[in-house]
Design a protein around this ligand. Structure first.
Ligand SMILES: [Zn+2]
Length: 172
């Protein structure tokens, strides 16, 4: 018997279910009416709790799919990256466009606007072998530092920039 297994943590099951919902998610509608749906063939109790937390629509009903709330969509994308895509690092940036991690947004917003522009305008692109401007960027945290990932404004290839917290302090 496998009864020696510890009791599963409901919070961790919820995280996994939310991340798996992201795996099968699809977008319906266009523009401001667009919303993200996902097939709901998952643990019923976990779906119910995710609904109570305001992350997905009510799973009870004839529809075979649920709709993410705005908060649920962001959390699901982050959890999908965290659980299934490995921890992003400078050497291993996320392959796909991911939402700006909330913890990274706080670091980014703590930087004065003028310095933010300096950072974005001075990103080294290894393809251009020159300093370029980073566009369409997103961010995540690694060892307390902010890492920006975006696209080179000149050649369009992926560029990554590490913003050290210590570097930030020296500019104040
Ligand atoms: Zn470039």
């Amino acid at each position: 018997m496998a009864s020696t297994l510890p009791t599963p943590d409901p919070d961790r099951i919820e995280d996994a279910v939310l991340a798996l919902l992201w795996l099968t998610a699809f977008v319906e509608g266009r523009g401001e009416f667009a919303y993200r749906r996902a097939w709901k063939g998952h643990d019923w109790e976990a779906l119910g709790r995710l609904h109570e937390k305001g992350l997905i629509s009510d799973p009870v009903g004839k529809s075979k799919s649920i709709v993410f709330t705005d908060e649920g969509e962001v959390r699901a994308g982050e959890l999908f990256g965290k659980l299934f895509c490995g921890t992003p690092t400078v050497e291993n940036p996320p392959k796909t466009r991911q939402p700006f991690a909330p913890s990274a947004i706080r670091l980014w917003e703590a930087i004065p606007e003028r310095h933010r522009q300096q950072i974005l305008d001075n990103v080294f692109c290894s393809h251009c072998a020159d300093m370029c401007r980073m566009e369409d960027f997103t961010g995540f945290k690694e060892l307390g530092d902010l890492i920006l990932r975006g696209f080179c404004g000149t050649c369009g290839k992926v560029v990554v920039r590490l913003v050290e917290t210590s570097e930030e302090k020296s500019h104040r």
